[in-house]
Design a protein around this ligand. Sequence first.
Ligand SMILES: NC(=O)c1ccc[n+]([C@@H]2O[C@H](COP(=O)([O-])OP(=O)(O)OC[C@H]3O[C@@H](n4cnc5c(N)ncnc54)[C@H](OP(=O)(O)O)[C@@H]3O)[C@@H](O)[C@H]2O)c1
Length: 473
Amino acid sequence: MKVLLTGANGYIGRRLKNVLKNQEGIELRVFVRNKNSISKDKAENFEVFEGDTFDKDALRKALNGVDTAYYLIHSLNKENYKDLDKISAQNFIDMAEECGVKRVIYLGGLGVKNSDTSNHLLSRIETGEILSASKSVQTIWVRAGVIIGSGSASFEIIRNLVEKLPFLITPKWVDTYAQPIAVEDVINYLSSSLHLSYEKNLIVDIGTTKMMYKEMMQETALALGLKRYLIPVPFMSINISSYWLNLFTPVPFRVAKALIEGLRSEVVMQNENAKIYFPLITPLSYIDAVKKAVQEIAQNQVISRWSDAEGSSWDKIHLKEINDAIFVDRKESDISAYDKEKVFKAIKSIGGENGWFDYDFLWEIRGVIDKALGGVGLNRGRRDSCDLRLGECLDFWRVEDIQENERLLLFAQMKIPGHAWLEFKIEGDKLIQSAYFYPKGVWGRVYWYALLPMHYFIFNNMMKCVLKNSLKL
Ligand SMILES: NC(=O)c1ccc[n+]([C@@H]2O[C@H](COP(=O)([O-])OP(=O)(O)OC[C@H]3O[C@@H](n4cnc5c(N)ncnc54)[C@H](OP(=O)(O)O)[C@@H]3O)[C@@H](O)[C@H]2O)c1
């Protein structure tokens, strides 16, 4: 069976790819916006097609000869995501019909259309409706609510709030009911949908026990062994709640707002199709799902994170500008006496809970300023404390290039008047650390000169600390 997986670098897609590529009888193709984003996986047994769902030719090529296609795409990070998602789904189903695809499997959200339905959920419903409207392609529309798993945006919000705040100030929507589900179960339903003997369109609602958001918080505290108090504040608006989440959790304002809007309406199962068509799957309980997610985080086994999306569309935009950078702060060190692999390992451990080698408080201050300006801030952290992969985020940076034992290039995603990069390069016996800045207008130049004193402290010490740390490995 020829299977196409779209959104293969996203939170769900990355995990599903890991399952599908090992299944016998499946020829897997993935559809990504940047081929380089999966360069590490090149040796593995699947084909890579590059493209965007707004490019019908690219879709046609990827869908040609495919039996079943997964549609795991959304553009939540974009301002006009509702319109984009409609066009994307229409293009996809048009091309699927043209290429004779038999089945499309789509993962959408739980919930129904009413006056309280959030734009995010409406967009997920519209996508499902567009895909299901096809006369010749069957659609299996799996619908999940809050997904509990390491790296899931909703779970990271709950976990961060519960871990960081002994008193949880909660809006009235925490009394809303939802039906969460472990990410492993979601992947199980999606991969099992490939083999389902059923020929009509099907909507499959999935979830574990129905519970209120406040119960999820309480059970998360229990799973983490923490005592937490919930203080309901009825007048907290969506915007205030979103700023609150933006400040205390790794999730940016736009994502937080979309999720908070969703809390107003119940996201519970509307049908029993999961039990009827997938009787062998018994979803994990909420508390077990939380324990599993926390264990994965502790053991550095996080396969995907909410922040992975958009991770593959960067280099076409920024990479050429690094050569035009006007300001460069370059430092060099002789590393002939050091083990170069260990030096690179130390470089790769930069950021997140490991800190930025020295003057962490200056980085923290910059992170708080960035959050206050509506940026991503420092607390996105990192997926894994040792490993880094192309395109993933690291505090307010994104990994733009990584060549083992040779080069790490980080692109700054903080709010700055220009574009900035931080690069570590090992060339022969030299370690070269460069900070590049491509300023936009006068403010860009003012910004660079204003930060020179801080750069002096941060960058001078950084390389020394990398080398010192490499000796401890
Ligand atoms: N995660 C959850 O908690 C959750 C809960 C319920 C339902 N769902 C549903 O599950 C599905 C997948 O969600 P997710 O969390 O895995 O999403 P995600 O992490 O945001 O990933 C979205 C993927 O879509 C790709 N993409 C976006 N626009 C594209 C375009 N125009 N052309 C090609 N690819 C494009 C992105 O590619 P790049 O890597 O190139 O950026 C990314 O891989 C969605 O329908 C979502 O509603 C998710």
